[in-house]
Design a protein around this ligand. Structure first.
Ligand code: 13P
Length: 236
């Protein structure tokens, strides 16, 4: 399974270092061999070796150049980073990234052989408009994306579930994941208000290959527990 932490705009460089060290110790002590990923804030990116894969939350589709406020390939290479999150809803909805610019970024980092965690998800009004509207909306987020890319992981994160404590029912997650699996055989993560109290039941669902965790992952003990749950389920 894949257990991923999106630390968003939290944890400084030194806090992130402590976090990674604590997580590594836990994974080693508990013999956890699940795929564990951590996406720190941009200035907290750092070289890391061990079981945890450190990835970038974002980068521009460039090696370097005049793109004020952005980072490019050179900045990722400095820390040996070759994993990237693309299309997160906060970048789509708060920072105004369009599907076109997301596709450009996807293709750029795909050409470089990066592992890509590609995020999709519908806002509340679309959810409320019914299943057809929802599937059409999600379909548009697959436009231009190579869904057969071998280093692709997809994260389904309903926008209305992110940071709100609201989670779709387990039946809804399973049913939607089943439909999404028809569009791509890539590992499929669920994200949106995953926490210690619901992670196990979500991870146990058919067609859920892991979770992408925001707020609850800020506590390394909580995130570690979720990694242990994934291991338990795999050992069954
Ligand atoms: P929360 O876990 O805080 O809802 O965030 C989910 C998310 O956006 C992960 O990318």
């Amino acid at each position: 399974m894949i257990i991923a932490a999106n630390l968003k705009t939290n944890l400084t460089r030194s806090e992130t270092k402590k976090y990674l060290d604590a997580l590594e110790s836990f994974l080693n002590a508990q013999n956890i061999d699940q795929r564990v990923m951590v996406f720190p804030a941009m200035t907290s990116l750092q070289e890391h070796s061990g079981k945890v894969c450190v990835g970038a939350q974002n980068a521009y589709a460039t090696q370097n150049g005049a793109f004020t406020g952005e980072i490019g390939l050179d900045h990722l290479k400095e820390f040996g980073i070759n994993t990237i999150l693309i299309g997160h809803s906060e970048r789509r909805h708060i920072l105004g990234e369009t599907q076109e610019s997301i596709v450009e970024k996807f293709n750029y980092y795909k050409e470089l052989g990066f592992e890509i965690v590609y995020c999709i998800g519908e806002p509340l009004d679309v959810r409320e408009a019914g299943e057809e509207a929802m599937l059409n909306y999600l379909d548009a987020q697959y436009q231009g994306i190579d869904t057969e890319y071998e280093k692709l992981t997809i994260a389904y994160e309903p926008v209305w579930a992110i940071g709100t404590g609201k989670v779709p029912t387990l039946e809804d997650i399973e049913s939607l994941h089943t439909k999404l699996k028809e569009k791509s055989s890539a590992p499929l993560l669920y994200g949106g208000s995953v926490k210690v109290s619901n992670a196990k039941e979500i991870l146990a669902l058919t067609h859920v290959d892991g979770v992408l965790v925001g707020g609850a992952a800020l506590y390394v003990e909580h995130f570690s527990t979720m990694c242990a749950y994934a291991q338990e389920l795999e050992n069954k």
